[in-house]
Design a binder for this molecule. Sequence first.
Ligand code: ATP
Ligand code: MG
Length: 240
Amino acid sequence: RKSVVRITTGSQALDELLGGGIETLCITEAFGEFRSGKTQLAHTLCVSTQLPLHMHGGNGKVAYIGTEGTFRPERIVPIAERFGMDANAVLDNIIYARAYTYEHQYNLLLGLVAKMAEEPFRLLIVDSVIALFRVDFSGRGELAERQQKLAQMLSRLTKIAEEFNVAVYITNQVIADPGGGMFITDPKKPAGGHVLAHAATIRLMLRKGKGEQRICKIFDAPNLPEGEAVFQITTGGLMD
Ligand code: ATP
Ligand code: MG
């Protein structure tokens, strides 16, 4: 039996909200308006996952699938330094691939399975998990097919999490409020419908506070304690 590993987010407050950090063996989703910190959390996890277990890391490698070109190796450097790690060594342990279509995204996952069988990975990031689906199935009448393909992708992610004891961290977008204008999004409405709601074990709702302050709430989990964590986005990654 594999035992769950909890990986620090860099913020003690956020770790406490999560019961110790983001967990292996399941999917953690973050959604929220633009600049709410979804990608910055991904970058922090790229580093903290490589920390030894006694420092609340996962002692493992990282795979990062990006769909929006938001992975920034140069962001990794100060975050590694903040944790007292060698930046080049940390970068060597992150494999990054950009996906250009939802099919490409799925095929990249299949390729990763082979790699994970050989090397000890502890984190898989997909930022964002849904963007390509929204582009590739943008037509009216394509929603059912989109949801079916999305379910397939998420089921693959769940299998990877369980087979390799990996934490899967996915980012999601918020959708337009049907009552609002075209460019008005509702920061409390994650995209992906029931399919995504069922696949994600933990759903984090992020929002902006003052300056670089961000607030995280656990979304739609009646069995988890209510509450919010406040953290900062800094050059060294997420902090209290
Ligand atoms: P989107 O929906 O656009 O992808 P996001 O939720 O992924 O948004 P992030 O990219 O994680 O948002 O957050 C961007 C914010 O992070 C910036 O607006 C800035 O406030 C902060 N940030 C980014 N880099 C740094 C840095 N080096 N130092 C401090 N803060 C930073
Ligand atoms: Mg982002």
